[in-house]
Write a protein that binds this ligand. Structure first.
Ligand SMILES: *Cc1c(COP(=O)(O)O)cnc(C)c1O
Length: 491
C-alpha cells in the first residue's frame, strides 16, 4: 500500500511513499499530509468470520490487508500492548446505555483516554522502525490534554526516540497535567505554553516545516516526526475499533449482521471520525456518521453549511478541552478522498490565507450524504451527564457531546447508534461531579472521591497514584521560546 499527498506533488518529493516513510515524516508537499492511495475492502463474509475474533486478531487481519511495510513480528509486538488494557480479552467494551444507544469505551488503556488506542501500538511500531534504520527521531506533540500523556507513556525510555510535548497551560485538567509533568525519563520533555491548543498546534506545524530548526536537528543527527493525528500511523489503528464495536453488537444480538448503524463521534482533530469514515468505505454497514462538537462548532457549521469559517473565531475554552479545536487537521483527508488533491490544495491554502472556504452545493451534498453534525454546550453536557448517571452510566464531558447529536441527528429512529466514549470520567472529574451533585469542585482529587462514592465505581490505580508522584517537568514558557527550549533539551 502506497501513501500519496493530499495537496498534490511539488515535483521534489516522491509522488508516493511507503507506510514507514509516511509515519517517520508525515508532512507532504505544499503543507499537506499523506493519505492511503486506496483502501482494502471487506465484505459480509469477512465480518461473519470475525464475529468472535479477539481485538488483536481482527486488528492483525485488517493491518495485513493494508499491506504496509512493517514486519509481522513488529505488528504483533505492537498489538500485544492491548493486553495491558483493563480486560485483555476485550480492550474496547461496548456498554448499552439506552435501547438503541451503545457506548464503545475507548479509554481502558494506561492514560484513560482514547489516544492510547492508537498511540500505544503506534509508539511501538515507530520505535521499531527507527531502531531498524538505526536513526534517531524527535517526536513533537501538541496536546490539548490527552495526546500528550499517551505519547509520553508510549515512548517513555525508548532508545531512538525523544519526545517534546507542548500543552496549553490552563487548557487541561489537573489529572491530564499531572500525567504529563510527572513523567520522568531522559528522553521526554514537557513544555507548558502560554496560549491555547491552536497556538501549540501552529507552533508544531511551524517547527515541522522550519528549515533552520531542521538544520539544527541534522547537526544532532536527529530527524523530526509527529505523533499528532496528522500521522497516518495513528489513523490506521483507529479504523479497527469501529469494526470491532459493530461486531460486538452482532455478537450480543443487538443487531443482525448487515444492519446499518449510526456512528457518533466526539470530534476535534477528526482522527476518530476519519477512522469511522474509512471503516465505512471499506465495507462496514454504517448509515451515517454523526459528528459531535462542543461550543467550538466549526465542524458542525462545515457539515451543515459547507463553510469552514475561522474569520471571527477564537478558541472558546470548554469543559471538553480535548475538542477545543478550530483547525481540524483530518478534515483535509476527507476533502482529499472526496474531491481530490487539486481541490484540497485550493481549499486548504484558502483557509490559511483567508481563514475561510466554502464548498460548492454538490460538494456539500456529498459531505452530507455521509455526515451529520451538531454541537453541545457545556450546560447541555452537564444535563446529559446527569441523565446518563440516572441510568447508572458515568461519562466524561466529551462523551456527553454525542448524546446531543444522538438526540438531534438521527433521521431514522429504527437504526441503532454506536457512540464513542473517548475519556474516562476520572480525567474530567470536577465537571462530572458537578453534573451529578450540582456542587462545584475546584480540584480533581475531591471530585474523584465524590464520584467514586456516588456511582459506586473504583478509581483506577493509574489515576489514584498520580497525586503522590513528584513533579519532574517544570518548563512553562511563551510560544516564541519553544524552538530554543527544544534545542536545549536535545543537547
Ligand atoms: C482527542 C480527543 C477527542 C477528539 O478526537 P479527534 O480524533 O481529534 O477528533 C475527543 N475526546 C477526547 C477525550 C480526546 O482525547
Amino acid at each position: 500500500m502506497k501513501f500519496i499527498e493530499t495537496r498534490g506533488n511539488d515535483g521534489q518529493r516522491p509522488a508516493s511513499i511507503t507506510f514507514s516513510q509516511a509515519i517517520l515524516s508525515p508532512m507532504s508537499s505544499f503543507g499537506g499530509i499523506y493519505s492511503p492511495e486506496s483502501l482494502p475492502g471487506f465484505d459480509q463474509d469477512f465480518l461473519q468470520n470475525h464475529i468472535n475474533s479477539s481485538y488483536k486478531t481482527l486488528a492483525k487481519t485488517i493491518l495485513t490487508n493494508f499491506a504496509i511495510d512493517i514486519e509481522g513480528a513488529v505488528i504483533d509486538e505492537a498489538l500485544s500492548l492491548y493486553d495491558h488494557f483493563d480486560d485483555p480479552n476485550n480492550p474496547v467494551p461496548v456498554e448499552k446505555v439506552y435501547d438503541d444507544l451503545f457506548v464503545s469505551e475507548l479509554f481502558h488503556g494506561p492514560t484513560r483516554a482514547f489516544k492510547d488506542m492508537a498511540l500505544q501500538p503506534f509508539g511501538s511500531v515507530l520505535s521499531a522502525v527507527a531502531d531498524k534504520r538505526n536513526e534517531k527521531y524527535l517526536i513533537l506533540a501538541a496536546t490539548s490534554g490527552d495526546t500528550g500523556p499517551a505519547a509520553l507513556e508510549t515512548f517513555k525510555g525508548k532508545k531512538n526516540v525523544q519526545v517534546a510535548c507542548m500543552y496549553p497551560d490552563g487548557g487541561t485538567s489537573d489529572v491530564q497535567r499531572l500525567q504529563m509533568v510527572t513523567e520522568d525519563a531522559a528522553n521526554l520533555k514537557v513544555i507548558g505554553i502560554h496560549g491555547d491548543f491552536d497556538d501549540a498546534q501552529s507552533a508544531l506545524k511551524t517547527l515541522l516545516t522550519s528549515e533552520a530548526f531542521n538544520e539544527s536537528l541534522q547537526d544532532h543527527n536527529i530527524s523530526l516526526s509527529a505523533a499528532n493525528s496528522v500521522n497516518f500511523g495513528r489513523i490506521i489503528f483507529q479504523i479497527i475499533y469501529h469494526i470491532y464495536s459493530y461486531l460486538q453488537l452482532v455478537r450480543n444480538d443487538e443487531i443482525t449482521l448487515g444492519d446499518q448503524v449510526y456512528l457518533n463521534v466526539p470530534s476535534g482533530n477528526f482522527g476518530n471520525a476519519l477512522g469511522g469514515y474509512y471503516a465505512m468505505k471499506m465495507g462496514l454497514p454504517v448509515k451515517q456518521i454523526h459528528i459531535a462538537s462542543n461550543a467550538n462548532n466549526v465542524l458542525t457549521r462545515l457539515i451543515n453549511t459547507g463553510e469552514y469559517d475561522l474569520r471571527d473565531s477564537s478558541v472558546i475554552p470548554t469543559t471538553s478541552p480535548a475538542m477545543d479545536i478550530l483547525k481540524s487537521s483530518n478534515v483535509e483527508r476527507i476533502l482529499f478522498d472526496m474531491f481530490g488533491a487539486e481541490r484540497t490544495k485550493e481549499l486548504m491554502l484558502q483557509l490559511d490565507s483567508d481563514k475561510y472556504y466554502k464548498l460548492t452545493a454538490e460538494e456539500l451534498a456529498q459531505i452530507q450524504a455521509i455526515f451529520a453534525a451538531d454541537f453541545c454546550t457545556d450546560q447541555e453536557g452537564l444535563e446529559y451527564i446527569k441523565q446518563a448517571f440516572e441510568v447508572n452510566y458515568v461519562m466524561c464531558p466529551h462523551t456527553a457531546t454525542c448524546f446531543k447529536s444522538y438526540d438531534t441527528c438521527r433521521e431514522d429512529k429504527s437504526i441503532k447508534t454506536i457512540a464513542y466514549a473517548t475519556a474516562e470520567w476520572t480525567k474530567f472529574s470536577p465537571v462530572v461531579a458537578n453534573a451529578i451533585t450540582g456542587e462545584n469542585f475546584e480540584h480533581d482529587k475531591e471530585a474523584l472521591q465524590v464520584i467514586a462514592e456516588k456511582a459506586k465505581v473504583t478509581m483506577p490505580a493509574q489515576i489514584a497514584e498520580l497525586f503522590d508522584k513528584p513533579i519532574a517537568q517544570k518548563t512553562l514558557i511563551e510560544k516564541t521560546e519553544i524552538e530554543n527550549e527544544i534545542l536545549a533539551f536535545l543537547k
